[in-house]
Design a protein around this ligand. Structure first.
Ligand SMILES: NC(=O)c1ccc[n+]([C@@H]2O[C@H](COP(=O)([O-])OP(=O)(O)OC[C@H]3O[C@@H](n4cnc5c(N)ncnc54)[C@H](OP(=O)(O)O)[C@@H]3O)[C@@H](O)[C@H]2O)c1
Length: 286
């Protein structure tokens, strides 16, 4: 099911400073012309990462700093990517950056529950802003989690004012991402980029450690699953667990939830998209 030794062209990968994203970047660098990686740290703090990537890279490696708990940072990140690629196109966008649920509920300065913002709203905004730069025949890989199965949407309490726990926050953010991934695939016209979401399995990383203690395999295993999702010959909108296409939870597929998600994203993200780039259009509106 995999195209094997794909050459990726230009790649944008978020959350490359640690864990699965770092390992995925190390595997993609030798196989692409240009790798643009993101992390929340200042560029001065990522010298070791860049040295490691440049040691194996086939083409150029660039680092952009952005904190997804600030949606203005996401807008600036998208603008920087567009500037870097100029008239060329992004062939692969990997939305990997993520946070565990914080011990107690945190609201961002944008007014959203932080886990939801970093894990779901920010990648949706970044993807939307980069859509004009994505290559036809390119791919968007969204790193979700099988944890999405343990939660349900509560549209009346998106900010988790009533029911906050770290696990609830994380699982709902991943449910949102997995549902959005399917929605996005349906919005993109045939010939446009394909969209694949995946669970990378249980990997021993700072994120998993914060929620469950030291557990899981090495991050290289999750990175291999990300690479597989980037190359797999599967229909757009697919969700992969254990490297296989499976149905996401019923909540993620429920049409009414998909409609509510469109409404929510439209209301939440349009101001950030339209205030900075008037030509951005949302192909689905409430
Ligand atoms: N590990 C697992 O078992 C597992 C299972 C299922 C799904 N996943 C998913 O896999 C993805 C990668 O997670 P991981 O386990 O590799 O965790 P990780 O090692 O903690 O890496 C997360 C990445 O996201 C970055 N990040 C954190 N906060 C951010 C923010 N506010 N803005 C922008 N970037 C931020 C991190 O930067 P820093 O280097 O500064 O922390 C890091 O680069 C996540 O989407 C996660 O939900 C992981």
């Amino acid at each position: 099911m995999s195209r094997g030794s794909t050459r990726f062209g230009t790649v944008v990968l978020t959350g490359a400073t640690s864990g699965i994203g770092r390992e995925a970047a190390l595997r993609i660098a030798p196989r692409c012309e240009r790798l643009i990686v993101q992390g929340p740290e200042a560029p001065a703090s990522v010298g070791a990462l860049l040295a490691a990537l440049n040691a194996v890279a086939r083409g150029t490696v660039e680092y952009l700093s952005a904190d997804f708990s600030r949606l203005d940072d996401v807008v600036a990140l998208a603008a920087s990517v567009r500037t870097l690629v100029g008239g060329s196109r992004v062939d692969l966008l990997v939305n990997n950056a993520g946070v565990p649920g914080a011990p107690t509920r945190v609201l961002t300065r944008d007014g959203f529950e932080r886990t939801l913002q970093v894990n779901a709203l920010a990648p949706a905004l970044l993807t939307r802003l980069l859509m004009p730069s994505l290559a036809e025949g390119g791919r968007i890989v969204n790193v979700g989690s099988s944890a999405h199965r343990v939660e349900h949407f509560d549209w009346d309490d998106l900010a988790l004012e009533r029911d906050y726990t770290p696990v609830t926050a994380y699982a709902r953010s991943k449910l949102t991402m997995v549902a959005w991934s399917r929605l996005l695939a349906g919005e993109i016209a045939p010939g446009g980029p394909t969209v694949v979401a995946l669970c990378p399995g249980l990997n021993d990383t700072p994120l998993s450690s914060a929620m469950m203690g030291r557990i899981g395999g090495p991050a290289t295993e999750g990175a291999a699953r990300v690479l597989h999702a980037a190359e797999a010959d599967v229909p757009s909108g697919s969700y992969l667990e254990g490297g296989r296409v499976v149905a996401p939870s019923a909540d993620a597929l429920e049409p009414r939830n998909q409609e509510r998600l469109v409404e929510t994203f439209w209301t939440t993200l349009r101001p950030y998209a339209s205030s900075h780039r008037r030509s951005i259009t949302w192909s689905t509106s409430p």
